[in-house]
Design a protein around this ligand. Structure first.
Ligand code: C2E
Ligand code: MG
Ligand code: MG
Ligand code: MG
Length: 276
């Protein structure tokens, strides 16, 4: 149904469409061809301050249009690319294009809020990740302070000593760190407080169940926990006014979701960045 509206390229994709991406071999070849032929694109989803509805930051989200299959959802191919290692190449491409875009917008005179980039666990653990990151920023003269790295709860908290040192080093370079999909993992309070993260993102699964009182109490607990550790709380997947009002009343800081904005093309994101 999204397809028929003709503006769907950046939206989520139907299950039915997903079925067409058949075997693992197909998918792997597809990703390789997409890397070689520059078929990946980026979308940008704004995040808003719940207090005054101002633009707080935006998240970079990868998009893939397969010539035959049509759009393939990242929730399908990112876990797959994570399993076969192609995520490292995909991750480089995302970093590069996001930084190039940041530079273009900045040269155009736009003031850009924090740009959040998803970093997959394998990418984070890959050899030379920090150098790739810093070199890409340098190429496009993007300061580390402009970037927030979104790392899933599992990756951030199941840390080895090396992983923890890397995260601390990234923090020292000036990057902000957000714990993505929070509430789905099994992190302990002590693990959480040992991380230099400034943001917790409440997983969409909880937000979508607002009106369900057990989910509501989880959200309240996450907000209280995050705030007590000095973190800002982002709710992802905010789709209704009721959800937004609930989150705002509970003191959540930032909201991201279809109720505010779908992920946007670069062109539309640019308009969203224009001063009023
Ligand atoms: P995520 O990082 O948790 O990103 C948020 C996802 O929620 C995005 O899905 C976004 O389009 C979707 N979303 C936002 N608001 C709403 C809403 O109101 N309702 C619903 N139903 N969905 C909403 P998307 O773009 O399909 O990405 C899925 C996941 O794929 C991401 O989850 C992230 O884990 C991964 N991903 C996407 N882009 C990248 C990337 O560039 N690199 C890496 N490593 N992972 C990525
Ligand atoms: Mg994310
Ligand atoms: Mg998330
Ligand atoms: Mg999520």
């Amino acid at each position: 149904e999204a397809r028929s509206r003709g503006r769907n390229e950046l939206e989520l994709f139907s299950e039915e469409l997903e079925q067409r991406t058949k075997s693992a071999a197909d998918l792997e070849l597809g990703i390789r061809l997409a890397l070689d032929n520059d078929l990946f694109r980026l979308a940008y989803q704004p995040k808003y301050n719940l207090s005054d509805n101002s633009l707080q930051s935006f998240e970079v989200l990868i998009r893939w249009f397969h010539p035959k299959w049509g759009p393939v959802s990242p929730s399908r191919f990112i876990p797959f690319a994570e399993a076969n290692g192609l995520i490292v190449q995909i991750g480089r491409l995302v970093l590069e294009e996001a930084c190039r875009q940041w530079r273009e917008w900045t040269d155009f005179g736009l003031k850009i809020p924090t740009m959040a980039i998803n970093i997959s666990p394998l990418q984070l653990a890959s050899l030379g990740f920090k150098d790739v990151l810093l070199n890409t920023l340098k190429t496009f003269s993007v300061p580390a302070s402009a970037i927030e790295l979104e790392i899933t709860e599992g990756a951030a908290l199941s840390h080895t000593k090396e992983q923890m040192e890397l995260i601390l080093a990234l923090h020292d370079e000036g990057f902000s760190l957000a714990i993505d999909d929070f509430g789905t993992g099994y992190s302990s309070l002590s693990q959480l407080s040992s991380l230099p993260a400034s943001t917790l993102k409440i997983d969409r699964a909880f937000v979508s169940k607002i009106t369900d009182s057990s989910s509501e109490s989880v959200i309240e607990a996450i907000i209280t926990l995050g705030h007590s550790l000095g973190m800002k709380i982002v709710a992802e997947g905010v789709e209704t006014e009721l959800q937004r009002d609930f989150l705002k009343n509970k003191g959540c800081d930032i909201a991201q979701g279809f109720w505010y904005s779908r992920p946007l093309s670069a062109e539309k994101m640019r308009s969203a960045l224009l001063p009023d």
